[in-house]
Design a protein around this ligand. Structure first.
Ligand code: PHE
Length: 353
């Protein structure tokens, strides 16, 4: 019995890990373990022998069991220590920087405008950037050979020799979306269309691609007064201060009457500030939708009338955020983007009364 005790206490002390220890436990006090078998022998002993051997065997069993428990605790403590040592890491080290982009001022202003007009009940419409000349011109009351076609510096899509389909153009304004929306939804209608437009022009204030937002409201009794209110409400929300507007008579083939709209501004030290002073800055074209345009949109001009406007998104971004050169918008210069860009979660700064 002493041999058995010495053997297992030795094996327990030597067990290198919890798996080895489990093997020792099974060999000693498992169902078929040596100690368990020895205890089973008790039944075959005389009562005197049993009285002697029973308590000794029990004591040995208990001693081995508690040695197993103690060793198991020691081994798992040691394993934990080792893990803590191996997996140690310094959580105070600075994190690895991931390059993070910024929201382009055009995207930011696009979102701001959409939010303001949405609050006034306008939904967003879209149209293709490659447009047929019918949508871009004819439907807007700009027939062939009309001087407005020449003035727009239009990009025409190349056609193979002998391909006599009517021409397609890169849309020169967002106004064709007026026609598409009228034909799709009919009247009444209240939409804006932000989007890319193209003209062959390049200097400090012109790039061959730029952005416009078109506005169109058609109903039974829409007037210039509604147009003026909507625009003043828009500019006030967009610039975060009251902005006066000035309507100047103008001409567009697709509106009658037509007006160019200026916003109030001040020039100080070569910087423009909107909403103060007594200078004026032209920002958009507008007017009452021409009856022929309503007709091209499938809307009866004796029953319905509407206003439309178109303004430059990039231009308004420059004014609101003090960005001097339009061309830099499209240079993809990371320093410029970091300087003028917005964080992804910047909420558009707008408030409609
Ligand atoms: N489409 C005109 C332009 O690009 C702007 C405009 C839109 C004018 C709607 C009147 C009405 O210059």
């Amino acid at each position: 019995m002493d041999d058995l005790r010495a053997k297992y206490l030795g094996l327990i002390a030597d067990a290198a890990d919890e798996a080895a220890l489990e093997d020792v436990r099974l060999a000693a006090i498992g169902k078929k373990g040596e100690v368990s078998l020895a205890m089973r022998q008790l039944g075959r002993m005389t009562p005197e022998e049993r009285q002697q051997a029973g308590p000794r065997l029990n004591a040995m069993r208990d001693e081995i069991a508690s040695a197993l428990t103690a060793r198991k605790a020691a081994l798992s403590d040691a394993a934990l220590e080792a893990r803590l040592r191996d997996e140690w890491l310094d959580v105070t080290l600075p994190g690895r920087q991931r390059p993070r982009g910024t929201v382009h001022p055009v995207s930011q202003v696009w979102e701001e405008m959409t939010a303001i007009f949405a609050d006034m009940g306008f939904s967003v419409a879209e149209g293709p950037q490659i447009e047929s000349d019918w949508y871009n011109f004819d439907a807007l009351n700009i027939p062939d050979h009309h001087p407005a076609r020449g003035e727009m510096d239009t990009f025409y899509m190349a056609r193979d020799a002998g391909d006599n389909r009517p021409p397609h153009v890169l849309r020169t304004h967002t106004s064709p979306v007026q026609i598409r929306s009228m034909r799709e939804h009919g009247a009444p209608l209240r939409i804006i269309c932000p989007g890319r437009v193209y003209r062959a022009d390049y200097d400090q204030t012109h790039t061959p691609m730029f952005h416009q937002v078109e506005g169109l409201a058609v109903d039974r009794d829409i007037s210039m007064a509604n147009l003026k209110w909507v625009l003043e409400e828009f500019f006030t929300a967009f610039f975060g201060r009251e902005v006066k507007t000035r309507f100047r008579a103008s001409h567009f083939p697709f509106t009658e009457p037509s007006a160019e709209v200026d916003i109030q501004c001040a020039w100080t030290d070569g910087q423009v500030r909107v909403g103060e002073g007594d200078d004026w800055l032209e920002v958009l074209g507008s007017g009452m939708v021409h009856p022929k345009v309503l007709e091209a949109g499938g809307i009866d001009p004796t029953q319905w009338q509407g206003f439309a406007f178109g303004m430059g998104i990039d231009r308004l971004a420059m004014l609101k955020y003090g960005i001097p050169d339009l061309r830099a918008f499209f240079d993809a210069d990371l320093r410029w983007l970091r300087h003028y860009g917005f964080a992804a979660l910047d909420v558009p700064a707008v408030h409609v009364g």
